[in-house]
Design a binder for this molecule. Structure first.
Ligand code: NAD
Length: 280
């Protein structure tokens, strides 16, 4: 039976460290959060960010924006927040209203306030192994792997999902540790090769968004399984991996919910403290 990698508990330890660092700062750090329209998922995420921020001494300033806000007006607001010295970090909640280009928006936030680590400057630093602000979910996955004590050097790591926010930046962080990284995606599945890759994985990280995509019987004995997926099935939230069957084979596995999610929010706060340091 696998050990549970409970992100919630690891997050508590990290938050304690952040709380102490914040107490040592001259001013209370401020995170500006921009939420356009009414999306239930985004609102849940905002509530969790606010709760986490306030629990460690960060001021969370929510800007609620109309669902029909124009791209130029959003950019204008970001520019104002960029030059506002009382604001240390800016996060724009997804999804953005139709007609607003996420890439354009993420380039508008100055890199020193980009707490999601998605500005091209921050992603460029990641490529060079010099990142100061890391994308939150990949950083959360690396924290979970750190807790297992596994040395990633030369290990077979399979990442399923190649999105800009999870799979791609995560594969760079894993390469920094000299893991042998395979990134699988929809093309891998359509070529009928997904399970061949997964059977080889000593570490498996899945970020797709399809409940039950990864069959428990595919998991290599003793593997570490990190399930990033969040899927609503009836009134339950589940990941992308068939948990019960996978748990019987894996050495470590993350629960969903309570695995990657709580750590992702904590990484956002860690980035804000890093942003404060960069601004000093
Ligand atoms: P995305 O839609 O941007 O990317 C999905 C990826 O899955 C793509 O690379 C796609 O090629 C791949 N894919 C789709 N179908 C596939 C299949 N049948 N076989 C193999 N690969 C397939 O998704 P995203 O934004 O990276 O999010 C992925 C999941 O992770 C979602 O469930 C999301 O809610 C969750 N998520 C969780 C957190 C967290 O903190 N826990 C953070 C971000 C995303």
């Amino acid at each position: 039976m696998a050990n549970l990698l409970e992100g919630r508990l690891i997050a508590e330890e990290i938050k304690e460290g952040l709380r102490r660092q914040i107490q040592g700062l001259a001013v209370k750090p401020v995170l500006a959060s921009l939420l356009a329209g009414n999306n239930a998922g985004a609102e849940t995420y905002v509530r969790s960010q606010k709760k986490t921020a306030e629990s460690i001494g960060i001021e969370y300033k929510l800007h609620k924006l109309d669902a029909d806000i124009k791209e130029d007006d959003l950019i204008e607001l970001i520019k104002r927040l960029n030059s506002d010295k009382s604001v240390n970090g800016i996060i724009v909640q997804m999804p953005l209203p139709n007609g607003i280009d996420y890439r354009k928006i993420s380039r508008c936030i100055i890199p020193q306030k980009d707490v999601e680590g998605m500005h091209p400057d921050n992603l460029g630093k990641l490529l060079f192994g010099k990142a100061t602000i890391l994308p939150c979910t990949p950083a959360a996955v690396m924290e979970l792997l750190r807790v297992t004590g596994l040395d990633l050097y030369g290990k077979e790591v399979v990442v399923v999902g190649h999105s800009e926010i999870v799979g791609k930046p995560l594969s760079l962080l894993l390469l920094e540790k000299f893991a042998t990284v395979t990134v699988a995606h929809i093309g891998t599945s359509q070529a009928g090769k997904l399970q061949d890759h997964i059977r080889r994985a000593e570490v498996l990280i899945v970020a797709v968004g399809k409940a039950g995509l990864i069959r428990g019987e595919w998991i290599k004995d003793g593997a570490i399984v990190i399930d990033v997926g969040i899927n609503r099935v009836g009134d339950k939230i589940v990941g992308d991996v068939e948990f019960e069957a996978a748990e019987r084979r894996a050495a470590y596995i993350t629960p969903v919910p309570g695995g990657v999610g709580p750590l992702t929010v904590t990484m956002l706060m860690r980035n804000l403290i890093e942003a404060v340091r960069l601004q000093l």
